[in-house]
Design a protein around this ligand. Structure first.
Ligand SMILES: *Cc1c(COP(=O)(O)O)cnc(C)c1O
Length: 480
């Protein structure tokens, strides 16, 4: 190709201004904002220019279109797609059909209806965050949440920070900075890659004294490590792994007696932390916070968005004097929870207090659902699918399977469930999975034994119709 033809082709490239004047760009203006739209238009024309250069070099065409007009159409189409990609990277609701209940990548716990109402209708506006309407004077932030936590755990006092990692950092900084903290080698946990107990210890300025071995640590190991420098004994719940076989660890009560005999506090990072005993649902060894408090732990921390079923938060309960020393620590101001968090926590804890947690709080409702109940929902769902004639291209079958607790909790617990296995006549398994994931709202599924499977355990009943409609609209899905 001659230089002359190359520059002729490049002249057909639409200008950014021309692109912004297209009907497509005009309709995107309000939603995207003119600055962002201009940035996207520049990126699109840059991309086309690069492709035109490539054409000049080797003769490849851009979708076979080379006229000024067709390039403008192509540019407008790409601009629309780029603006759409912006929207799809926004924080959006999804339908979780994976059966993983506390799904960390999908925002861990979905909120209860009451918590959503409280956030949207109360806390999102001006609210009584630090105001007492009785006296017209300043009130204490989080007072109601603290009262509920005290009632639900039997502790003397409570305090709330941003997450459980912040709780550990605050406790270690306030109680053990400059001194030593004793921990078993079996509890040097990593949670989700960025929370590592040894790193949090180092950050808080306490010296970690490891005792025992990976599988066995005895009370005597702790006892012989206590020195003048010891400030704290730390016990961490191994949330996301289990050491099985030849193992030993002292009970919490034994550890508490040892700590107290030396005038030391015992701090338990309980992780998920159940407010009630969930053993009957297969969660064998999730510490029940009330039992930890009664067993002698001086401070216990746990997450707000795991088994509690509320929002990201670090809840700390325990002895009044210790909790007050946390409240006075300068780090507390940096780590304290905001009004939206407190509001969702308050509504959720209130359901726990009223004894309606298993009906009101999605995470607990999902844990409590039996295989038979899910199978019944799956059958009704499939009946509804069959009733729709469009459904000739889809094959579905109910099969046995397992859900998961997720969120680093109960790694050995796999509640039995009924799965809806899907196959599409025209599109592959991976294309089916992707089509559902790219929908509005995105539907997140699993692929098991070469089929896309839906686990209704984590799908709200109110979402079933939406899910059904999404499956029905698959007729127009791209082939692959
Ligand atoms: C999950 C977990 C954490 C971290 O909690 P976040 O609320 O995610 O910060 C810390 N410790 C244990 C034992 C956990 O299980």
């Amino acid at each position: 190709m001659t230089d002359q033809t190359a520059s002729h082709i490049l002249r057909a490239l639409p200008s950014i201004d021309a692109l912004l004047r297209t009907a497509e760009a005009r309709s995107l203006r309000e939603r995207t904002g003119i600055e962002r739209l201009t940035t996207l238009a520049r990126a699109v024309t840059d991309e086309l220019r690069a492709e035109l250069h490539a054409y000049a070099a080797d003769g490849t065409t851009i979708n076979g279109k080379m006229s000024r007009e067709s390039l403008l159409t192509e540019a407008a189409r790409r601009l629309e797609r780029a603006a759409e990609a912006d929207v799809s990277s926004a924080l959006r609701r999804v339908i979780n059909a994976t059966g993983v209940i506390v799904h960390t990548n999908l925002g861990r716990a979905p909120l209860s209806e009451a918590a959503r109402q409280a956030v949207a209708n109360e806390a999102a506006r001006y609210c009584t965050l630090e105001y007492d309407t009785e006296t017209g004077a300043r009130g204490r932030r989080g007072a109601r949440v603290e009262e509920l936590l005290i009632e639900l755990t039997g502790a003397e006092a409570a305090i709330v920070v941003n997450n459980c990692a912040a709780a550990a950092l605050l406790v270690l900084s306030a109680l053990a900075r400059g001194g030593e903290t004793i921990i078993s080698r079996g509890e040097l946990v990593e949670i989700g890659g960025d929370f590592r107990v040894p790193d949090v210890m180092a950050q808080s300025g306490t010296t970690m004294i490891e005792v025992g071995t990976t599988n066995r640590t005895r009370l005597l190991d702790y006892g012989s490590a206590i020195t003048e420098q010891t400030r704290l004994i730390l016990r961490v719940h191994p949330s996301n792994y289990r050491i099985v076989g030849f193992t030993a660890a002292p009970s919490l009560a034994e550890l508490a007696s040892l700590a107290h005999a030396s005038g030391l506090p015992l701090f338990e990072d309980a992780g998920s932390g159940a407010l009630f005993d969930l053993r009957s649902y297969g969660l064998e060894d999730e510490p029940v916070i009330r039992e930890s408090v009664a067993g002698g732990a001086d401070l216990v921390s746990f997450s707000g968005d795991k088994l509690l079923g509320a929002v990201q938060a670090g809840l700390i309960v325990g002895r009044r004097a210790l909790v007050e020393s946390l409240r006075k620590h300068p780090l507390y101001r940096a780590l304290r929870a905001d009004k939206l968090t407190l509001s969702a926590l308050e509504a959720t804890l209130d359901a726990h207090r009223r004894g309606t947690s298993f009906t009101e709080i999605p995470v607990l409702r999902m844990i409590a659902q039996t295989r038979a109940e899910i199978a019944k929902r799956a059958h009704i769902f499939c009946q509804r699918l069959k009733a729709r004639p469009e459904f000739s291209v889809l094959r579905f079958e109910i099969t046995e399977g397992h859900s998961a607790i997720g969120g680093g909790a109960a790694p050995m617990t796999h509640p039995p469930t009924a799965l809806i296995a899907l196959a599409h006549e025209k599109i592959s398994t991976s294309a089916l999975e992707a089509t559902l994931r790219l929908g509005h709202p995105p539907i997140i599924t699993r692929i098991l034994d070469g089929r896309v499977v839906l686990d209704l355990r984590t799908v709200d009943e109110a979402e079933e119709t939406e899910l059904l409609d999404a499956l029905l609209s698959l007729e127009g899905a791209p082939r692959s």
